[in-house]
Design a protein around this ligand. Sequence first.
Ligand code: FAD
Length: 287
Amino acid sequence: MKIIDILEEKKRGFSFEFFPPKTSKAKESFKKTVQILKRYKPLYVSMTYGASGSSQEYTKEATYLLLSVKEFTVIPHLTCVGATAFSIRKLLDEYKLKGIENIMALRGDPPKDKQFDFKKTQFPYAKDLVRFIKKNYNFCIGVALYPEGHIEEPSFDRHLQHMKQKIDAGADFAVTQMFFDNSYFYSFLEKAKKAGISIPILPGILPLYNILKAKEFCLACKATIPKKIQEKMSSFLDKPEEMEKIGIDFTIKQCKDLIEKGYQRIHFFTLNRPRVMVKLLDALKNF
Ligand code: FAD
């Protein structure tokens, strides 16, 4: 099913994002994670796309594993890194044959180990990938939006225009970058609306369970962790269980605020961590 049709039908629910497991041990544990989180009947599940080469094969393999769960609607991510029209066609033709109806179209981050210039490639921006998919296929297309702006673009207003172009190129729905302070999301939605963005936008939530890991993620993207929760969690670095409890309680409150304000469909970056997700989802079940 197309995700845009699910979003049309269901005004409440959660979606889960996974990353592809690589080792045989991680694959076994991922299968268990999937079985555990299946019980929560996600709106859809997504699989991230590795930066290059072999890790992209892992995405395909993990996507097919998700696809084997008949209850799931699956959306594999796809990036412009290393992509040519030929390679994109080859992959999308295969996905189409497998019955996949949704694609998350992203630009990706430049590979760290080499000099890389997106402008010299066939797909310099996500909007180019979106346009290509829209023109040649019938997938429902998701894109990424950034409530606090994007790390490469100093001007929020310019970035907003870029986000609008990506949507005008044919995106059907969007998921935001993680944020920890909902006021960024609410004010972003207002700005997006004023800019003429009207597709469904799901808030992307990273469960806080380890403050050091969360800070590491935030280095690579513009996402502000409120000082108060940073300090509170940091004072329990030597007591990881307590730190996790404080973090999860924070995320539960964050999600409850979103739900109360009417944003009742939430996308979770699960980090393939069923234990944290179960605590979170159980707390939100009857809210
Ligand atoms: P774009 O929309 O192309 O934007 C990239 C930058 O280019 C921005 O700064 C934008 O302002 C600028 N820009 C856009 N158009 C123009 C223009 N016309 N002129 C000048 N500048 C322009 N990465 C992965 O590698 N794999 C994944 O699976 C993955 N999943 C993600 C899921 C979500 C929900 C999110 C939020 C991010 C994900 N990412 C993933 C990270 C993403 O690839 C990076 O954030 C990347 O740096 C930008 O991707 P984009 O699709 O937003 O790019």
